[in-house]
Structure formats: structure tokens, C-alpha cells
Design a protein around this ligand. Structure first.
Ligand code: OAD
Length: 241
């Protein structure tokens, strides 16, 4: 355990009331949701198409049956609970120390833990809408239904997530840039920092307390002021509020 690194991170957290967290799939692995790129992650499991292709806009339009088979089998995971990382981040926000959680995750676990200001860059599996008339639908309909769910207007109901080939929501992106560029401490965790434009958000940080908490190495390790290669739940369990 990198106790020295964790102590430094804890000191930074104690000294700041302007912390921003930016995370990805690795934040939820300790809740039992596989990440995308680790050896046993989603992208290393067998499927007839590469998951990046199934999770693309053109595939969804071409083959919604197959998309929904994948969605229900791989993206919808029952009975998951927030872990120590989600909970500590919510506590830090409630204590007035953390300004925002910027996440690439679509699982809603930050909100389930009590976080309020969550910027979901890739949307949420807990919301759905008609791809034609944009009428909102309960996510249960797509996550637990069968076949391709359709709206009264005839359009296909889709999850409110950002698929490959789709742009990110501009307002959420701008708010994320706003928070990160003004943050005193930026903690980046549980993300391989491989997927753009999300990964590029790190470049907007202007301070000198950028901490990277990730099991594996990332392309930004040499860019950070502190790197901790440990499980994020373990690390956050040692951070005081
Ligand atoms: P990745 O699967 O690419 O990266 C997860 C990272 O978390 C890896 O570097 C792991 O080493 C690390 N990790 C796993 N468990 C951890 C733990 N307990 N503690 C600390 N680190 C841990 O996931 P993302 O970076 O989130 O996009 O992937 C970004 C995007 O790629 C996703 O949002 C998704 C995917 O395609 C879309 O679907 C649009």
C-alpha cells in the first residue's frame, strides 16, 4: 500500500475546499461492475462484434436487436451498490470540500451514494428516451424489457447514453471544463484516460495538485503531481473528511 502517496493526498484534501473528482469505470469495479479495458474487462470478453462497434450509433441504428441483447446482458447489472470511493466523494461534497464529480460512468452510483453535482459525460443507463420524438421513458422499459422497445410515434426508445460516433453534451462538457479549470485539487481515478474527448479534460486543470489514483498506468502518469497505483476504494477509505 502506497501509504506515503495516500498521506500526501489526504493532506491536499484536508487543505482544500475546491476539490474536483474526474473518474471512470475503475471507480465502479469494487462495486462489481467490470471496467472496459482491464484483462477481465468488458472489451476482452467474447462477442460477435467488438463492443466498441456494438456501442456505436451506426450499429444501434442498423441492428437494434443485437444492441439490446448486449445492453441487457452486459451494461445492466443488478443489485450493485456504491462502494467506498463513491461514498467518500459524496461525504466530501456534503462537507463543502468537493465541488463536482465528473464521470465517464453511466451507472448512476455516484448519485446513489448521495453526490449531488455529478456531471455525466457519457449519460446514464438509468434514463431513456425516444430516438425520434425524444419523449422520455422509464429506463426499466429498456433495461428489463424484451426486444426493441418502441415509442407510440414508432421511434426506437434508446438509453440516454453517449454512443460511439455521437458528440458529448456540450453544456455538460462546458460545466466540466469550468469546474476543472478552477479546481485547486483535481483527483483523477479509475480511468485509463484513453477515450477522448473526456480524457482531454485533464488538460484544463491549471493547479499543482493533480492526483492520479489508478490501478494501471495511464498516458498521463508523468503529467500528474502525484500518482497512486492502488484500488481507489482502498485509497478513499483512508482519506478523512
Ligand atoms: P477503462 O476500462 O478504459 O479504464 C479503467 C481503468 O480503471 C483501468 O486503467 C484500470 O487499471 C483502472 N481500475 C480498475 N479497477 C480499479 C480500482 N478498483 N481502483 C483504481 N483503478 C481501477 O474505463 P474508462 O477509462 O472509464 O465510453 O473508459 C472510458 C470510456 O470507454 C467509457 O466511458 C466507455 C468506454 O468505451 C463509452 O461507452 C462512450
Amino acid at each position: 500500500m502506497d501509504l506515503e502517496g495516500i498521506k500526501k493526498l489526504n493532506d491536499w484534501v484536508q487543505e482544500s475546499d475546491n476539490i474536483v473528482f474526474f473518474g471512470g469505470a475503475g471507480v465502479s469495479t469494487e462495486s462489481g461492475i467490470p471496467d472496459f479495458r482491464s484483462v477481465d474487462g468488458l472489451y476482452n470478453q467474447k462477442w460477435a462484434w467488438p463492443p466498441e462497434e456494438i456501442l456505436s450509433r451506426s450499429f444501434f441504428e442498423r441492428n437494434p436487436e443485437e444492441y439490446y441483447r448486449f445492453h441487457r446482458e452486459k451494461l445492466v447489472i443488478e443489485g450493485v451498490e456504491p462502494n467506498r470511493a463513491h461514498r467518500k466523494l459524496a461525504e466530501l461534497e456534503a462537507a463543502g470540500k468537493l465541488r463536482a464529480v465528473v464521470t465517464q460512468n453511466i451507472d448512476g452510483l455516484h448519485q446513489a451514494a448521495g453526490s449531488k453535482n455529478v456531471l455525466e459525460l457519457h449519460g446514464s443507463i438509468l434514463r431513456a428516451y425516444c430516438s425520434r420524438c425524444r419523449k422520455p421513458y422509464p429506463a426499466d422499459l429498456i433495461n428489463h424489457g424484451t426486444g426493441v422497445p418502441r415509442c407510440g410515434c414508432g421511434g426506437v426508445i434508446r438509453p440516454d447514453i453517449v454512443l460511439y460516433e455521437e458528440p458529448l453534451d456540450q453544456d455538460i462538457m462546458e460545466e466540466a471544463v469550468h469546474c476543472i479549470s478552477r479546481a485547486e485539487v483535481l483527483i483523477v481515478g479509475g480511468t485509463s484516460l484513453n477515450v477522448y474527448p473526456a480524457a482531454g479534460l485533464i488538460r484544463y486543470y491549471r493547479g499543482h495538485r493533480l492526483a492520479l489514483v489508478n490501478l494501471g498506468a495511464t498516458p498521463y502518469d508523468s503529467y500528474a503531481d502525484l500518482v497512486i497505483h492502488e484500488k481507489i476504494g482502498e485509497v478513499f477509505s483512508r482519506i478523512a473528511v
